[in-house]
Ligand binder design. Structure first.
Ligand SMILES: [Zn+2]
Length: 334
C-alpha cells in the first residue's frame, strides 16, 4: 500500500503580511519523503564528523601532554648525563693526578732500593728522575673533548706501563733483598761495626811519634777516645779467643772471626766477655778505660789478618756508621 499515489504533488503557500503577494511552492510527494531522510543522513554524518573531530582533538591534546612530559623527562635525563660526564671528567683528572703521585711513589721506592744497596756497599743505578715540583696557577680554559681524550690516553698508558714497572721493581727488590742479606752476612763476619760509643779518633794506624818515647814507632791499631765505662762492642761475629791483662795492653780482649781475621780491644776498664764465648757483631764485650800503657781513657782497636796487624779503617768504612769525617788527632793515646 502506498502512502500517496504516484506523481502526487503538494503545494505550499507562504502568506507574508500586508500587501505582498503569496509565495507558492510545489513539491512532489516523493521529494517530501526524501528530504527528511537526507536531513537525517546529514545529521548522522555531521554528528559522526563532530565526534571524530572531538576524539582527534582529545588525542592531540593527550599527545601534546605526553610530548611535554617526555621532553621534560629528557631534559632531566640530559642534565643527569651532563652531571655524570662532568663527574667522570673530574674523576679522570683526579686519576691522572693520582698517577703522578703513584709515579712519585715509584721514584721513592727506587730511591729506597738505592739507599738500601748503598747502606751495605752494593753498587746502585743512579736513574732517579727529576721531579717538576708542585707549582700551580696560570690561565684557566675549559678542557675540550680532545684534551679529555688525550688525558684518557695518557692516564691509560701510564697505568699500563706502571703495572710493568711495579712487577719489575718487585723482582728487583726480591733480588736486592737477597743480595743485601748476603752482603749483610759478609759484613757481620767482617769487623765493620764501630766498636764504641764515641766517634773521636785520636790516633790512626801506621807510623807515628810514640807518645811515651817521642820516637817514630808503628801504631798497630786505631785509638778512639771516650769516657771511662763507655760500652765496647764486638766489631763482627766470632768467638772470644783470649782475655786478660798485660802491662802494655791493660785489660784486653781478642776476638777471632772468619777468614783469618781477629780483633783486639785494649786498655779496657773492665772485660765483660769470657774466653770461648760465642759473640755476635754489636755485642757488649767490655767497658772503655785507660789501663796499661795509656795516656787517657780510650779504646785501642786493632784488626789482624792471619796474625798481622792491618789498618782497621777500610773495614770500619764498610760498616753502617762508616768512618767519622771529623778525625781529631788531638792526643796520642797508644
Ligand atoms: Zn792505640
Amino acid at each position: 500500500m502506498k502512502l500517496f499515489p504516484r506523481n502526487t504533488h503538494f503545494t505550499f503557500l507562504v502568506l507574508p503580511d500586508g500587501s505582498k503577494p503569496a509565495l507558492r511552492f510545489r513539491v512532489s510527494a516523493a521529494l517530501l519523503l526524501v528530504i527528511p531522510i537526507l536531513i537525517s543522513l546529514l545529521i548522522v554524518i555531521a554528528s559522526t564528523l563532530y565526534l571524530l573531530h572531538e576524539r582527534n582533538n582529545r588525542q592531540l591534546e593527550r599527545l601534546h601532554l605526553q610530548l611535554a612530559s617526555d621532553s621534560e623527562a629528557h631534559q632531566v635525563q640530559l642534565a643527569d648525563k651532563e652531571a655524570l660526564i662532568t663527574k667522570l671528567q673530574t674523576d679522570l683528572v683526579q686519576l691522572a693526578q693520582q698517577a703522578d703521585a703513584v709515579d712519585a711513589r715509584m721514584e721513592e721506592l727506587n730511591k729506597l732500593e738505592s739507599d738500601m744497596k748503598s747502606l751495605v756497599g752494593l753498587s746502585t743505578d743512579k736513574t732517579a728522575k727529576a721531579t717538576d715540583g708542585d707549582g700551580v696557577g696560570g690561565e684557566q680554559l675549559d678542557a675540550t673533548d680532545a684534551d679529555i681524550q688525550e688525558l684518557v690516553d695518557q692516564t691509560k698508558s701510564f697505568y699500563t706501563s706502571i703495572g710493568g714497572e711495579i712487577n719489575e721493581l718487585k723482582n728487583r727488590l726480591t733480588s736486592t733483598t737477597k743480595e743485601v742479606q748476603k752482603k749483610k752476612q759478609v759484613l757481620r763476619l767482617t769487623p765493620t761495626y764501630w766498636p764504641t760509643e764515641s766517634e773521636r779518633i785520636t790516633s790512626l794506624f801506621g807510623v807515628r811519634i810514640d807518645p811515651f818515647t817521642n820516637h817514630p814507632g808503628v801504631h798497630k791499631g786505631m785509638d778512639i777516645a771516650g769516657k771511662t765505662g763507655d760500652s765496647v762492642f764486638a766489631a763482627a761475629d766470632g768467638y772470644v779467643q783470649e782475655t786478660g791483662y798485660m802491662s802494655e795492653r791493660g785489660n784486653y780482649i781478642v776476638v777471632s772471626h772468619k777468614n783469618g781475621i781477629a780483633t783486639k780491644y785494649m786498655h779496657l776498664y773492665k772485660v765483660l766477655a769470657h774466653r770461648g764465648d760465642s759473640i755476635e757483631q754489636g755485642d757488649l764485650i767490655g767497658l772503655l778505660g785507660s789501663t796499661g800503657r795509656s795516656t787517657g781513657p780510650h779504646l785501642h782497636f786493632e784488626v789482624m789478618k792471619y796474625g798481622v796487624s792491618v789498618d782497621p779503617k777500610p773495614y770500619l768504612k764498610m760498616g753502617i756508621k762508616g768512618i767519622p769525617t771529623d778525625v781529631q788527632l788531638e792526643k796520642r793515646q797508644d
